[in-house]
Design a protein around this ligand. Structure first.
Ligand SMILES: [Fe+2]
Length: 391
């Protein structure tokens, strides 16, 4: 063989090896990863040999070691096969710890004898996919594992579908809210700021996450009734006549008519329709009084008023933060719920900071954004919003 031919063949061989290893890596990335936990080395090796053609395999010889593997690799692990009788920690103890943080990992327990206690623990604490008595033929176990992986994929696709629906729902709500804010040129960004201030209050009050998520939706949609208000009234550059004010006031009741048709927005619909009710019963549309007004609507009322007072209008400039805060405190017990004003007093400086950097703080407080993705707020370099001082 000529030297050049030899070099050519060597080059081709290297290329072939490279292609094969790339293909192998891609295959490994697509494959499910299984963690096998057993203190008997021979069992571990036998299972590893049987399963490695189809799955990526991780192994551990006891529960403590296995927990360390789970801590590092949890996002890659689809299924765990664990022996029950092991030193340091039993299989059910190990699997129940995994269940606490990783309920979607499919779990299979192997045991050498009919252990009733392990079976009960498996069902109650570990959310077991299957309990298998040893000795088990590795190929029979492979079939059980294949079924487990099928169940894992089904859960995964169901969750993906639910997340897609959730994302569609939230982005639709945000789009409606942005469209509303765009309709009224003098209060641009109002719905988002009211939502942000409501989130700050709700978080300070220690309300739970799902409640706060609904309050966020209510904030974004609280003025949805303004869709029906003519733009020449909504954007009128001057004070409104009594008749025009009556038309504007209808937006609160209209919110309920619009949102009531969506079953998942039942609470949001009620809260949005009550954001102009007053603690003393002199609000609108229904003159509700005190605790007859739902708590989220009482929160929205404070947030809405703060934003209305500090925002510029065509006929007046926005009030400075300190003046707005004093005015709101003075209305405790008349316009506003005194308990919410006590919370507001503690956090009013956060309102000032949040109104300067609304995007950064919205991403910090938003539950809807968190549900979609974990935003890194440090990536926002936002210029502070300039507010005109009163002259
Ligand atoms: Fe309103």
């Amino acid at each position: 063989m000529l030297l050049n031919e030899y070099e050519l063949n060597q080059n081709n061989l290297e290329k072939f090896k490279y292609l094969m290893s790339s293909l192998e890596k891609e295959r490994e990335q697509d494959r499910h990863t299984i963690l096998i936990v057993d203190d008997e080395f021979n069992n571990l090796q036998l299972l590893k040999r049987t399963l490695r053609k189809k799955y990526n395999i991780l192994t551990a010889s006891n529960g403590i070691e296995a927990l360390e593997v789970v801590q590092k690799e949890a996002s890659n692990i689809s299924l765990i096969v664990s022996d029950q009788r092991m030193p340091k920690m039993t299989g059910t103890e190990f699997l129940s710890k995994v269940s606490e943080n990783h309920p979607y990992i499919v779990k299979i327990l192997l045991t050498g004898y009919t252990d009733l206690e392990a079976m009960v623990d498996g069902v109650n604490k570990c959310n077991l996919f299957q309990y298998v008595s040893k000795p088990v033929d590795p190929h029979d176990l492979e079939l059980i594992i294949n079924d487990g992986i099928g169940a894992y994929e089904l859960t995964l696709s169901k969750n993906t579908l639910l997340n897609d629906l959730r994302e569609l729902f939230f982005t639709t709500i945000k789009s409606i809210s942005s469209a509303l804010d765009a309709k009224d040129t003098y209060t641009h960004g109002h719905s988002h700021r009211v939502t942000l201030f409501s989130l700050i209050i709700a978080q300070e009050m220690g309300l739970n996450d799902s409640y706060i998520e609904e309050i966020e939706t209510a904030g974004l949609l609280h003025d949805i009734g303004k869709i029906g208000v003519p733009e020449d009234i909504l954007c009128k550059p001057g004070k409104l006549t009594d008749e025009e004010y009556c038309i504007i006031k209808q937006h609160a009741g209209q919110a309920r008519k619009i949102l009531d048709s969506i079953p998942s927005l039942k609470h949001v619909s009620l809260w949005a329709s009550c954001h102009h009710e007053r603690w003393d019963g002199n609000g609108y549309p229904n003159k509700l009084k005190g605790e007859e007004i739902p708590l989220p609507a009482r929160i929205l009322a404070v947030a809405d008023t703060y934003d209305a007072m500090t925002s510029n209008r065509s006929y007046r400039k926005g009030l400075p933060h300190e003046v707005a805060v004093e005015e709101i405190k003075n209305c405790s017990g008349s316009q506003f719920d005194p308990c919410i004003i006590e919370v507001f007093k503690e956090i009013e400086d956060m309102f000032k900071e949040a109104s300067l950097y609304p995007i950064k703080y919205y991403n910090k407080y938003s539950r809807l954004n968190k549900a979609l993705q974990d935003e890194d707020i440090s990536k926002y370099s936002e210029e502070p919003v300039m507010k005109m001082e009163i002259q």
